[in-house]
Write a new protein. Structure first.
Length: 452
């Protein structure tokens, strides 16, 4: 009591009034961003978008934060050199503000187009979610809340140079430009005659060349290693998934060779493996392909025997084979195989053939991988022992069933750094840090000391 100071720990239900929470037009979305550069680490962000927005709005909001972070140092240096402005400069800045906003929106949209939202499972990518989906489709059916969204940064598409076709080049050998100075041949080309001549020149201008269409392919890549099963069925060892998966966008995959694909995968996976393997990954670029090393070891030259290529001539790999996780050390310490999304079986062979994934050759022939395939990085057993299970204890690496994920702590969010947008308080992004409803209830129901 404020008057007499009497204190009581008894709960009085009639002294409290329940009121509804205020409705907010925006919702907080938690996401994990997987950058493309090897120098950047994955981070957890929190963005604010409209409750009826789409996933593309989430990507644009994330692009704003990324752009602000990347240009933070450059902007601070500019602010130091800017002094006081007069009224005319302030008016010019106000008039150019709208144009700058439109320009920045285009920049954010271009950055968002180089990102992809995926459905993440235990150490593998299930599928890519369309950007035009509404946020309601990403809600958890059991709790009704938005799950953590996983976003991958993709390789930017190469720019194609516009060029005329052969037919257009023969019809229009020289195209007039606006900068060229045109002088009438006679003095009569004035007035109406000059207008008619200019109209004829416009009609004779070559059509705008069509941009070459770039065919892009998406590859979902997961990491596997050999582990001992607790209740083996056909083989005591089985390949299990671990670590962080990859999502790669490749331009013109049909022109890739097996060596090119191995080079690309080794570059992307470097940041997600222990540092003890970095030297092997960087050294592999200067070594010969696996097919050439195998041919040299047998005493022959790689050009003598031409093996048939293509999916119809693929090589099956069984769990009992030496090449599954042992044998000759590959160029990068791993072998690529075509497997299902969860990595339990081959993506091409029937289940009764017991294939764990058809081998992707590391050679100079066209790769057998096509758009939409899911690959697995099967690490060599020697690297597994060298890194002590890639960060997991070998003694705890037991499988309840063949092909299932190990029981070691392999949470996808473990070790992810939090961005400044996840902290409480106001920040430069225009809104305070956001917490989930679960965190709010935990803080509300936290134990407090009540005086006797």
């Amino acid at each position: 009591c404020r008057t007499c100071g009497y204190e009581s720990a008894r709960f009085e239900p009639f002294s409290f009034l329940t009121v509804p929470l205020p409705e907010d037009e925006q919702v907080s979305v938690q996401l994990v961003f997987y950058p493309l550069a090897n120098t950047d680490e994955r981070q957890k962000y929190t963005v604010r978008v409209k409750h009826d927005g789409t996933l593309f709005d989430v990507l644009v909001s994330l692009a704003k934060i990324l752009y602000s972070d990347r240009h933070e140092d450059f902007g601070a240096a500019e602010d130091e050199g800017i002094g006081k402005k007069d009224s005319n400069e302030e008016n010019d800045d106000a008039s150019n503000a709208a144009e700058e906003d439109d320009t920045m929106q285009e920049v954010y949209s271009d950055m968002a187009k180089n990102m992809a939202i995926v459905r993440m499972k235990e150490s593998y990518v299930l599928n890519i979610v369309p950007n035009n989906w509404s946020l309601a489709k990403m809600q958890n059916r059991e709790t009704g809340e938005l799950d953590v969204i996983h976003i991958y940064e993709l390789d930017p598409l190469p720019k194609t140079e516009d060029s005329l076709t052969a037919e257009q080049a023969g019809k229009y050998p020289i195209a007039a430009t606006e900068d060229s100075d045109t002088v009438p041949s006679t003095a009569s080309e004035t007035g109406e005659d000059s207008e008619a001549a200019s109209q004829e020149m416009k009609d004779e201008q070559p059509p705008e060349p069509a941009a070459a269409e770039i065919k892009t392919s998406y590859l979902a890549i997961a990491q596997r290693k050999l582990e001992l099963g607790a209740r083996p069925f056909l083989h005591p060892y089985a390949q299990c998934l671990f670590g962080v998966p990859l999502l790669v966008r490749v331009a013109d995959l049909e022109g890739y060779t097996g060596r090119d694909l191995y080079d690309l995968v080794s570059e992307r996976v470097e940041k997600y493996v222990p540092k003890a393997i970095h030297s092997i990954l960087r050294r592999g670029a200067s070594l010969a392909s696996d097919e050439e090393m195998a041919s040299d070891a047998d005493g022959g030259s790689p050009g003598r025997i031409r093996k048939p290529r293509g999916r119809q001539h693929r090589k099956q790999i069984m769990s009992a084979m030496e090449e599954a996780s042992a044998g000759r050390m590959p160029r990068y310490g791993f072998r690529l195989r075509l497997a299902s999304r969860d990595g339990r079986r081959c993506a091409l062979c029937p289940w009764y053939e017991n294939c764990i994934g058809c081998h992707v050759p590391d050679d100079d022939s066209p790769t057998i991988v096509s758009c939409g395939d899911s690959l697995t990085i099967d690490w060599h057993l020697a690297l597994d022992l060298q890194t002590e299970g890639f960060g997991a204890k070998v003694a705890d690496a037991s499988l309840p069933t063949p092909g299932q994920r190990s029981n070691v702590a392999n949470d996808m969010l473990a070790g992810v750094k939090k961005h400044k947008t996840c902290t409480s308080g106001k920040n430069k992004y225009g809104y305070g840090g956001c917490i989930t409803l679960e965190e709010c209830l935990d803080a509300f129901s936290e134990e407090e000391k009540i005086p006797e």
